[in-house]
Each structure stands twice: as C-alpha cells, then as structure tokens.
Design a binder for this molecule. Sequence first.
Ligand SMILES: Nc1ncnc2c1ncn2[C@@H]1O[C@H](COP(=O)(O)OP(=O)(O)O)[C@@H](O)[C@H]1O
Ligand SMILES: *[C@@H]1O[C@H](CO)[C@@H](O)[C@H](O)[C@H]1NC(C)=O
Ligand SMILES: *[C@@H]1O[C@H](CO)[C@@H](O)[C@H](O)[C@H]1NC(C)=O
Ligand SMILES: *[C@@H]1O[C@H](CO)[C@@H](O)[C@H](O)[C@H]1NC(C)=O
Ligand SMILES: *[C@@H]1O[C@H](CO)[C@@H](O)[C@H](O)[C@H]1NC(C)=O
Ligand SMILES: *[C@@H]1O[C@H](CO)[C@@H](O)[C@H](O)[C@H]1NC(C)=O
Length: 917
Amino acid sequence: MATRHYHSLLLSFLSLLLLSAADDAAVMSKLLSSLSAAPSGWSSSTHFCDWRNVNCDSTSSFVTGIDLNAAAVSGTLPPELNQLSQLKSLAVQRNSLTGTLPSFENMTSLEQIFLDNNDFTSIPNNFLLRLTSLQTFSISENMNLDQWEIPSYLTESTNLVTFYASNASLNGIIPDIFGSFPNLQSLRLSYNNLTGSLPGSFSGSDIQNLWLNNQRQGLSGTIDVLSNMTQLYQVWVHDNTFSGGIPDLSKCTNLFDLQLRDNRFTGVVPPSLMNLPNLANITLQNNKLQGPYPKFPSRVQATIGTTNSFCLDEPGPCDPQVSILLHVAEALGYPMSLAESWEGNNACQDWRFINCDSQGRNVTVVNMGRQGFSGSISPAFANLTSLRTLILSDNNLTGVIPSILTTLANLQIFDVSNNNLSGPIPMFPGNVRFTYGGNLLLGKNESNGGGGGGSRAAGGNPSDPNGNSGSSKGSVSGGMIAGVVIAVVIFVGVVLFVSYKCYVKRHQKRFTRIEGSELGKEMSTTNGINGYGGVPSEVQSHSSGDHSEIPVFEGGNVVISIQVLRQVTNNFSEENVLGRGGFGVVYKGELPDGTKIAVKRMESGAIGTKGMNEFQAEIAVLTKVRHRHLVALLGYCINGNERLLVYEYMPQGTLGQHLFEWQEHGYKPLTWKQRVTIALDVARGVEYLHSLAQQSFIHRDLKPSNILLSDVMRAKVADFGLVRNAPDGKYSIETRLAGTFGYLAPEYAATGRVTTKVDVYAFGVILMEIITGRKALDETMPDERSHLVTWFRRVLINKENIRKSIDPILDPDDETYESICKVAELAGHCTAREPFQRPDMGHAVNVLVPLVEQWKPSKPEEEEGYGININMSLPQALQRWQADEGTSRMFDDFSYSNTQSSIPPSGFDSFSSMDCR
Ligand SMILES: Nc1ncnc2c1ncn2[C@@H]1O[C@H](COP(=O)(O)OP(=O)(O)O)[C@@H](O)[C@H]1O
Ligand SMILES: *[C@@H]1O[C@H](CO)[C@@H](O)[C@H](O)[C@H]1NC(C)=O
Ligand SMILES: *[C@@H]1O[C@H](CO)[C@@H](O)[C@H](O)[C@H]1NC(C)=O
Ligand SMILES: *[C@@H]1O[C@H](CO)[C@@H](O)[C@H](O)[C@H]1NC(C)=O
Ligand SMILES: *[C@@H]1O[C@H](CO)[C@@H](O)[C@H](O)[C@H]1NC(C)=O
Ligand SMILES: *[C@@H]1O[C@H](CO)[C@@H](O)[C@H](O)[C@H]1NC(C)=O
C-alpha cells in the first residue's frame, strides 16, 4: 500500500509536467492516428493495453513497450511519444515510417530504441539527451535522414551496449566518449560520412563488433588503437583512408573477421597477424602494404590482391637491403611517400631518396631531408654498410641518434639538423661531416654539450659575406679544429694586412699611376668581407675621372631616381630583402611590366666618403659592360649618403648556396651536368671581362657567393661592377688587398700583383669546390684538409684519389667520372703556383666546352631568354613604363643617352658574340 501511495504522489507530480495526466491513452491514440494503415490488432475502440504487442505496467495506465517490428505501417511518429513516461522499449524497425523523429529527451526509462530500416527524414535537437537507461539504439538504414552527428551528451547513457547507425547520414567525427560505455559491445557506423581518426577512448573498451567501413570521405589516421581492443571479434574498417602500418593485434585472440581492404595502409604485415588463432576472414587488397608477401594458414580466407607494394608476388624473404630500408620506414611510421615509391625487391631501382653505387648494388646515399617525417632514426641504418651520405635534416624526428651509426665505415656526411632529437650526441670519426644543429634537446645532459648545436662557427670560409651557411649547426669533429683554423686564418689575415700597410708606405711613390676611376675593394681584417674601398688619398688628386683610357664606353650615365627605387621595392620593405652583403642590403624590386631587379643599397659609412665621389663616373662605364654571363649592372642612384646599384635579378640565388647550403634552402643538389655548365658560364663571363676592348678588367673576387643563377640554373658572375681595370699586358699593384681567403692567388696575397691570372686562380678554386662540394676553407675538416687548394692539389698527384674526393652527393657513372677528371685537371692547372703557369680563361673555356657539349640542351630556349632582356637597358624599360602609365615626372634626374651605337658590333653584342672566341 505504501508503494501505491508513493506512486500516486509521483504521478500527480508528473501530471504537472506532462500534458496528459491520467494515463497514456491520449498519446497512444495520437500514435494510432499518425500511422497510416492501423497496425493489425490496434483499434481505437479497445483499450491500448490490449493492442497487439503493446505492453503496459501493472496498473494498465502506462505503456512500457511498443513493438511494431515489420508491421507494414507508414506515417509518422507523433512528437507526443515522449510523454510515455514508463516506456522501456520502442521497436518500430522495418516499416516505412517517415518525417521527423520524436525527441526522446528525458525518457529515463527507455532502454531499447529500434528505428532502423525506415525512411525518417530528420532528427530533433537533443533527441537522445538524458537517456540514462538506454542500452540499445538502432537507427541504421534511414538513408534519407538530414545530416546529424553522434552527440557527445550520449555519455549520460552509460548502460549503452549496442549502437547501430549505419547508412544514417552521420557526419562529423567519432567523438572521444567511449570511456563512458563500459558495456558497449557493438558499434556499427558503416556507410556514413564520418571523418577524423579513431578515438583514443576505444582503447580498453569491450567492443566486439566494430563496423566503420565505407565512409564517404573516409576515416583517417592509424588503427593502432585496435591493438588495445582485446575483445574484438569482427572489425570492418574497409573503404576508408586509414594509413600507417597494421598494428600488432596479437592480444585480440577472438578476432575472426578483419576487413582492411581499400585503405592506405603501409608497412610490413605483422607476422603476429598470420598467427591469430581464430582468424577466419581477412582482406588486405588495395592498400600499399610492404615487405614480404603475407602467408596465412589455410583455414583463413585471405584476400591479398595485387595492388599492394610487397617486395615479391609470392611469400618469401625480401632482399636484405630492402629489409633494412623497411626498418627505416617502420621507424618513421611507414609514411605513404615511401610505400608508394619503394616498390619491388631492388632498392637501387628508382627508389625515392636512395642512391646507389655505380654498379647499382649498394645503397650509398639516403637523403630524406625536408620530408615532414616524424618518428625516429632506425638503428637499422647501421646495416647499410656502403652508406656514405645520410641526410635526415629538417623533419620532425624524435628520440635518440642510435650510437651504432658511428660504426658506418664509409659514412662521410650525416645531417640530422633541425629535428626534435634528444639524448647523447654520438662521437663520429673525424672524417664524418656530422651536422646536428637545431635539435633543442640533443646532448642536453652532456658535459661536452654543444647545447644541441650552434657550437660550430658560422659560415664556411670566414669571409663568406652571407655568413648564414652554418649558423645553426653543430659539429663534433669540427668543433675544436674550427676554432684553431679560424684563429689561424684571422692571424694570417692580420699579418698580411699589416705587412701590406708597410709595403704600401714604403712604395707609395709607385702608386701614383693608378687610374682615377679606381674604386678598390678592400679586405677587412675582422670579417674578410669585400666591398667598396675608399680610394687612397694619394690617388685623389688624379681622380678626375679620366675616361680617355676607356674610350669605347664614353657616354651616358644611367641614373635612376630614388623615388622609383622606393616604389619598386615597396619602400625597401623587409619582405623584399634578397640578402645582405658586407656593405649593404640587396632588395628585390619589380617593375610594372614584371621585370625583376635587384637593388643593392649602400650607406656612405660602408663605402667611405671618398669612394662616394668616384662612384658616379665609374658606374657610367660599368653599366655598359654587358655579357650574358655577367650580371648586368642596370643603373645606379645617389641619394644623400646612400648609393644604390641596380642589377638584373637572379632568381636562383648563389652558386655557394647550391653547392654548400642546398639542404637549408630546399634545393636539389646540383648534378654534374649543371656544375660543369655553370663552370663554363663563369669561364665565359670572366673571359669577356678579361678581354674587354683594349682594357683588361679583373674581377678580383671570384667565388661561389658571387656567382648567381638563373631559373634554368645558368650562371652569371656578379659583383664585377667595381672591378679593377688594369693596363693591358701589365700588372698593377693594389693599394689594398681585395678578395677572399681561400681564393687568393699566392703572388697576389704576397705582393699585391694583380693580373688576370688572379681570377684564373680563383676560378680554379671554384672548380675544386664544384667537384668536391667543399668550401675553399672548411673549418669542419681536419687541418690538413681545411684548405681546399692545398689538399686537392695533393689529391691530384695520384689520379686514383680523385674518385674519393668527389662530392658524395654526385656518385658519378663512368662517363661523368671522366668529365670530372678533366675538370679536376683544369682546376690544378688554374691554381698553379706561378701566374705564368696558369692558362688564360680562353683555355678554360676550350677545355669545358666539349664537356658541356656532351649534354648540349636540345631546346634552344634553355639557352636563351633567361634573366632580363639585356638588349634593353633599365632606363629603356622604365621609359616604356612611363609611356604606358602616362606618369609624368617619375624620373626627375633621368639623363640617359643610348650609346649602343657607339659600341663596336663584334665583341659587345653579347648575344651574337657569345661563341666568337
Ligand atoms: N642580382 C641579384 N639577384 C638576386 N639576388 C641577389 C642579387 N645580388 C645579390 N643577391 C643576393 O644578395 C646577397 C648579398 O649580395 P651582395 O651584397 O652582392 O653580397 P657580397 O657582399 O658578396 O657582395 C647575395 O648573397 C644574394 O643572395
Ligand atoms: C528535460 O528535463 C530538464 C530538467 O530535468 C528540463 O529542463 C527540460 O526542459 C526537459 N526537456 C523536455 C523536452 O522535456
Ligand atoms: C562529408 O564530410 C565532409 C567533412 O565534414 C564534408 O566536407 C562533405 O561535404 C561531406 N559530404 C557529404 C556528401 O555530406
Ligand atoms: C594501449 O593501452 C596502453 C595502456 O593503457 C596505452 O599506454 C597505449 O597508449 C594504448 N595504445 C593505443 C594505440 O591506444
Ligand atoms: C568473409 O567475408 C566475406 C565478405 O564479408 C564473406 O562473404 C565470407 O563469407 C566471409 N568468410 C568467412 C569465413 O567468414
Ligand atoms: C656491397 O655490400 C656488400 C655487403 O654489404 C659488400 O660485401 C660489398 O663489398 C659492397 N660492394 C661495394 C662495391 O661496395
């Protein structure tokens, strides 16, 4: 009696909330009238508790169950259904019901909801909210539903056992809520448009039956979490975009049906999968699985297909090198890029990131820089015994550097810079160029530290004006030696400079014949940066700009207003900075017609006020020096203390960047064909400079950072704009030493004698750098190797040694090797100790031409049309722009006169004269 009393109290309370107070009659009558074709056994003339398959509570007032499974009804479910406060089970599946579903919110008694195989069209908000008793929910096969998402508030339904929503217009992700359903056994979500990855809360769940197959756009990420779902017996994840390897499922001993086909799985099929005791059905086709072809026991119905990347078409072990590289891929989480290109059983056959020796047998180069790889460095690399170059820089690698890699006997280059590696820094032998900067946690607890790099000094040679080549690098083998070498270099520099000063003082009288237009470059003893030196005072009195010595070029100047330069460089904005030299910043500019220019901006502080005065006269001449292998100086501008030089723009940066910093810049390493072509371009440019009319121009600072590259990797010599011009056939003595350590001809360094052979020497050094990939001065090398010329000339004594000295990234075939040897020989010749023993540039051109000819481009366009149209001067381009734009006084101090007609037709029309000599 007490419970009855309690019950009626509760009811009267509920009656305040619910529209229908007395019982469920009104709701059931509404339901009956909403269904078309009344279910058999249902009639408005009988009590609802007597309808077929309707259950009521003991008072016969409240409905507890409605079963209309396959009752052949259509129509809708009325929204009032949620007033059936005692309803435990609603089964309306396999009918033709349509329209909006009722909300089930707050129906705390409801345990079973079967809505599947109908034609419902929409779902109210919060329709499953607060269903604390819910155990089974099935809405599968309602393919015309509006899109909806699995609600996160479902976590209140902690008794959930079954959730079916296949082909039910589900969108969005699978929410990470499965920690809330300790009893969930069956989750079927096939044929929807679910995206994202498997939720981590699947881990440890009791799900046995998991259907996630055929998502329209595809679920993604790995299926690693399955390895923790030990109750699984059926897993359908086919037709998605899952990736990564198949995890170790050996704990899923009940698993009998595993559908993995039509995904993006990679990696080796784990042997444990083949040994699963209950496996009966598995599909693997249409993935990128790697390694040995899997072999399942005969009881297993396995579909493996032909579209994977297995090393062989039948079970059996892979080639040892292939197996090693698969371990490498495993440590990286089997990235798709590797699975796609690492096909077949021969790692030397077109595998991406891999180079092999010339016999095509042993892997010598693994270059995986900048691939966005994560994961770790596999110790298996140590089994690639022929490995010479291993580049893993600029990825997201974590973990330690396996110390076993120090046993790689042939390793020369090992670059792991810019990752997130940690742990100790292994000690490599001294001949290994080991770079590891940009790994914040690396070597943190070690006494030798290095603080994860940065211990190595910046730049290769100390006078590299860009000084950015190695700023974030560290080098164990280089560390100490680098310091010593730098100290020695600086000491030598100081000695040279001081002895020079003395020499100049003693011989002052001799200098009076230096041309007034001299604008020497000087060597700074502190940083070795070349630039625009002040003209010595003793010369000033003669500096009337006597151009009679260079009559051919007499003529106009090419002044460009500062306003124009401001405009085209976006007011010298930081985004336009191309690089910084020793004496100014170089900006990129773009004329309205799309022509790109480089503007070098110098302040008087850098040039020296005296030099400033000479500037204008000199420039007027040099703007006329045009050759397809010289970067054209297009004009200049004087603005207060500023001097601006305008050059044609060279989009591919410097040869130095491509030889020594290609990884940092994301370039491909230069091929030998490109290198020898560049060498010929440089030789031709310098040859032209040396033979300019009766006048001999000497560059004096040839080096890779002064060689700029076009879009098609053709070279032009830069910074020749302020060259020394020397009287024909004679040498002059420099007042100040210009040039860069490592490239200085010995007689020039010792006595200041400047002849064209100074450039020939520097050219020889550049050839050595092109061959070896090493800088003229490399502080990371042991002492006896740090000065390239000394070392390489010793290599040349025995030709057999050349092969070992070649840039390891090249790995030449026989024909290439022959070409390299010829260039090596030329390099030796050019760097002969005595100037007279060195050839002239014409000889260098003659040696290089047949080597380039071998690879002569078939398309003439490749030779033509790069860079600016050098037949049109910048002022012409600007004038055209001015005319087009109709702007009036854009170029206030514009005074250019075209003197092309005064230039002799041969020798100066650089296009037609190219091959004259
Ligand atoms: N004409 C150009 N086109 C494109 N980039 C250039 C050009 N000239 C110079 N640069 C860039 O600006 C940097 C600095 O140049 P520069 O001042 O000439 O150096 P340096 O001190 O060697 O003379 C170069 O390393 C190069 O990256
Ligand atoms: C469900 O119950 C909450 C309070 O428990 C109430 O605020 C809400 O309005 C109810 N929703 C419906 C649809 O009855
Ligand atoms: C599938 O889901 C994606 C991502 O949510 C969405 O961009 C796409 O429009 C959906 N496609 C369909 C057909 O619903
Ligand atoms: C598997 O479970 C363990 C222990 O709970 C956990 O550390 C690991 O991250 C889980 N693995 C996956 C892939 O979820
Ligand atoms: C394997 O799966 C396929 C497709 O789901 C099915 O047709 C076949 O009967 C299954 N075989 C076994 C042994 O379960
Ligand atoms: C290639 O590797 C094998 C085994 O590692 C070795 O024996 C052989 O000498 C190597 N060949 C070359 C050309 O380095």
